[in-house]
Ligand binder design. Structure first.
Ligand SMILES: Cc1cc2nc3c(=O)[nH]c(=O)nc-3n(C[C@H](O)[C@H](O)[C@H](O)COP(=O)(O)O)c2cc1C
Length: 187
């Protein structure tokens, strides 16, 4: 019984190649609104969204994140991080940093629900999107708090997740097979 929502959930993929043109304001607002309508523990809505659509700033953030990760010794990502072409935002024209209230009941769960809502909304609008956590390491660098201030993230909020948005290219996205035996039933 596939309906539009179920089809959207199955067709969403993490997209890592973006067209350079910016999404429309209407598309952006629809995606953000979907984030705002996520469930949250005790309805605390413990999230804050920071929208970044400044290419030069995204580039600078990506470079600093890569440098910080390389200095912190992430051998697994070395090849990626030393590639000058690689952006932690995948060169998407829009990034949303999702921050959570530090002393909320479960800000990580609230913000993750908001992130997933945004990804599904993006897919429903035929936009490309990807959940990106690599950029969040920027806020763990020595000058991380300054970045928080520069981006206008309220001081009691901690950056947790990133979502990038844009238009799809012709490059097909890889579909990973689902792991088996991850459900059990007691009836
Ligand atoms: C918590 C979390 C962090 C992620 N961080 C990144 C990231 O930094 N960069 C990236 O390209 N993809 C990132 N992803 C996307 C995953 O790699 C992707 O969801 C996974 O490979 C499955 O592919 P699919 O989304 O197309 O189903 C992240 C996903 C999650 C849930």
């Amino acid at each position: 019984m596939p309906n539009d929502v179920l089809k959207c959930i199955k067709s969403r993929r993490s997209i890592r190649a973006y067209r350079p043109d910016q999404i429309t304001e209407q598309e952006l607002q629809a995606v953000l609104e979907a984030g705002l309508y996520a469930p949250s523990a005790m309805n605390q809505q413990s999230w804050h969204f920071t929208v970044i659509q400044n290419r030069a700033l995204l580039q600078q953030m990506s470079e600093e994140t890569k440098a910080h990760l390389l200095n912190s010794g992430f051998p697994r990502y070395r090849r990626l991080l030393t590639n000058p072409e690689y952006s932690v935002f995948h060169h998407a024209p829009t990034a949303v940093i999702i921050s959570g209230v530090e002393d909320a009941i479960d800000p990580r769960a609230d913000c993750a629900a908001a992130a997933q809502n945004m990804l599904l909304a993006a897919e429903s609008l035929h936009l490309a999107s990807c959940w990106v956590n690599m950029p969040i390491y920027l806020f763990r660098a020595e000058n991380g708090p300054e970045w928080g201030k520069r981006l206008g993230i309220p001081s009691c909020y901690k950056p947790l997740y990133g979502v990038v948005l844009g238009y799809k290219t012709d490059k097909p996205a890889k579909t990973h097979p689902r792991k088996e035996n991850t459900i059990n039933y007691i009836r």
